[in-house]
Design a protein around this ligand. Structure first.
Ligand code: PLP
Length: 232
């Protein structure tokens, strides 16, 4: 049985997401809700899946691999997205599991992903993580590096660069994210990239208004995480 609170949370997010899309003249169905489940128990994830959520975002490969085994990914129709920084030594395991890696941030990582994907006979879909704020604590490439990374990846047969992802500086004010999301959208359009992974619990409506094709929402679905447990 899915707990009423979880259904409230999820349906509340869909409602807010739909409103934001319609305000911007967009089809709500064009925005994928990724349930960010880092630090969330498999039991709670199972309930979320029962309530219809199928796409989970994780920031650590090992945690995702372990949960995927417990959740019987193959038969449950659950899909996994890597939203955290990907260490090079985890590229192989990541390629084995994730439908989309949101955090490509170097040519070296691209060629590792490509090699592992080739070995598995798969084309790995990726987004490039762009650091628009210049904060040193953040991963991601600078906007001036997008073109060269696209060019390098275009020569690799088993990796497909489909869009951009960004994490704006933390703020209590959702409007503070808007300029970053506007800029990411302009960059993606400029490079002819379709997917835009932007927006979290605090600002996903703003992100949808600015063109997000996927939002990464954790806290608003599952409640507060214990930050110490997930290396934030
Ligand atoms: C944790 C995380 C999220 C979700 O954050 P919430 O504020 O809980 O919605 C989204 N994106 C990334 C990259 C994250 O690490």
């Amino acid at each position: 049985m899915v707990k009423a609170g979880l259904i409230e949370n999820i349906s509340g997010i869909y409602k807010r997401l739909s409103h934001a899309a319609m305000r911007a003249g967009r089809n709500p169905g064009d925005v994928l809700l990724i349930a960010v489940s880092k630090g969330v128990s498999v039991e709670l994830m199972r309930e979320a899946a029962e309530a219809g959520l199928r796409v989970f975002g994780e920031s650590r490969v090992q945690e995702a691999v372990k949960k995927a085994a417990e959740l019987e990914t193959a038969s449950s129709g659950i899909r996994w997205h890597m939203i955290g920084h990907l260490q090079k030594n985890k590229a192989g395991a990541a390629v084995g599991l994730f439908e989309l890696i949101h955090s490509l941030d170097s040519v070296e990582l691209a060629s590792l992903i490509n090699r592992h994907a080739s070995g598995k006979g798969k084309v790995q879909r990726v987004l490039m993580e762009v650091n628009l704020s210049g904060e040193r604590s953040k991963h991601g490439i600078g906007k001036d590096e997008i073109g060269s990374l696209i060019k390098a990846a275009a020569k690799m047969e088993n990796i497909s660069v489909e869009g951009l992802m960004t994490i704006p500086p933390y703020s209590d004010d959702p409007e503070a994210s808007r300029p970053y999301y506007k800029e990411l959208k302009e960059l993606a359009d400029g490079y002819g990239l379709r997917e835009l992974s932007m927006g979290m619990t605090g600002d996903f409506e703003v992100a949808v208004e600015e063109g997000a094709t996927m939002v990464r929402v954790g806290t608003a679905i599952f409640g507060e995480r214990i930050k110490a447990n997930i290396g934030e």
